[in-house]
Ligand binder design. Sequence first.
Ligand code: ZN
Ligand code: ZN
Ligand code: ZN
Length: 480
Amino acid sequence: MIDTSGDVNIAPNRKDNEFSTALHQRGNEFFRAENWSEAMTWYNRSLSYAEIGSENVALAYSSRSACFFNMELYEKALIDIETAKSANVPEHLLVQLEQRQQECHELMQTAQKPKVTRDFKLSYEANKNFPCMVDVVEIKYNQEFGRHLVAKCDIPVDKIVLMEKEFIAAIDNDRMLCCNCSRMNSNFIACPQCPAVVFCDLDCMNQNLWHKWECGSSVSQLNFNMKLHVRAVLMAIESFRSVEDLMEFVGSALLEDPGTIPTSMHDLKSKYHFFFNLKRSPQKVDDIIAAYTHFKCIQMCPKINALFDGEEKTRFLMHLVFHHTLIIQTNSIGGDDFKSIHNVFSMVNHSCAPNLHNYIVGNHGIFKTIRYVKMGEQLCFNYLGSFNEKTHERQKELESNWKFICKCAVCEPTNNIVNARLASDPRFQFVHDNVHDESLALDLLDKCRQFLNEHGQLAWSAEVGFISQVFAGLITALED
Ligand SMILES: [Zn+2]
Ligand SMILES: [Zn+2]
Ligand SMILES: [Zn+2]
């Protein structure tokens, strides 16, 4: 029995039909249990190990089309049916596929309209220098807050003010997302050379900057955190014509004042420049050890090694990796198997009484207003994700992870925390009484929006805090 547990020490680092078949059988087990999305993950793995031109490729597409079919995603099912038919599909499956194709067309005629997918876009004109940010927001610098975002006019609740693609990202291999744009549930195609990654389509495959360096090397088997550091170096390499140009850039960028506001983000070089000057946490002994580990991982990529030959360049690379390590530690976001860095996103400071809520859609980090923002006010979000009432616990977590002491309105309250007038607002009462009723989600969203546009600019109170949290939760639930 072949071990398909996903253990990187057991999985082969090349296409392998025997392994691909074992993965397909695991998929079949989930399929029989009607767990379509889990089955699909295993079929994607099977596809990525299938030898090019073999029957395994067609089988993976065919089984995946059955998953999409059962998930009522008929358009996606049809795409996979076509791909399977044009691959090396065995005769008996062809009949099945054609039948499924027929059913898809019939069901698409009778099925209810597909769910409306929200069209995500900025709520105002884009900023000229930073097109991911609205032009009613600017980056400012002062001694107290460092670089931070400020509103240039009043901004009501429920406005998208930032929508930024990641600068670098990495996921663990066993989570099947497009290596280029982090989409899931797509009609993935596998890298033709290695079993490590999948892409949405040929466009995603050709646009991707880092996989061409990693393909075939053991880098693809590293965990997401290590991979992220390899990719930071790859972005540095991709941004300059030669290692000498990169060395010259680093020499001058290190002399820049930490308060310098980036000028633009139009090309790769300016994006890397932005990233290079992000805030770094003060270094500790642990960071040196971590950076050394990252450096060793980067050396697993023969194509990078070939560029940084000789003692001077090797030493430069070590210093660069150390610099990246401090930046990534301070600015990365993510979870247990995923990490990414977004540049402008990283300029947003923390508040326990935030006026922004952040969420991720595909490879975009999005910030939406959850309180009424007055002109000149700083834009902030909650680094801790959710609100913890115990001030000392919040402060401890912020200090240990981000090395600062929070002095926001909740941490140092100067006003009464409970505002009885707001508690008697009928919209507050409606939200308070129905917060767990999913069938009222749209009503709740509307009541929250009205309440926050009217009262959200008042000094923080438990009522404003409660409604803005409910609002943030609804945004994530409805738009994710
Ligand atoms: Zn993609
Ligand atoms: Zn590859
Ligand atoms: Zn605070």
